[in-house]
Design a binder for this molecule. Sequence first.
Ligand SMILES: [Zn+2]
Length: 129
Amino acid sequence: MNDLVAWLRSDIEHELALARAAGGAPWVGSTEHFEVQTVEGLTVVDGFEISDPRFRATIDHIVRHDPAATIDRCESDLAILSLHEHAHGCGGPADSRRWVSDDEDCPTVRLLAYGRRHHRPGWREEWKP
Ligand SMILES: [Zn+2]
């Protein structure tokens, strides 16, 4: 496993563990978009505690990234990563038949990782797609 794959796998697994620890279930926004609740009706976030005037959009954003959605996304990312972490044919539209060896950084893995570069220390600019 190369450094980029290890960094990316660690980040995804960390996010997955957080989502599972947070209950793994969907969250819902109240009809007025004033708060985020668990499906059991427990308050996760009270919109009035958010000082930003865009708090309703913030509430909707939090709901969109609830633990259930995060688990789904992380499991998909791990499945994609497993398809691209060892030697394989890969590439983009210009070179879709490019062979990627075990010690190279695959273009798909670089793209997956790039979206996570701000969330975990250790990102290297040399990994940029
Ligand atoms: Zn690949």
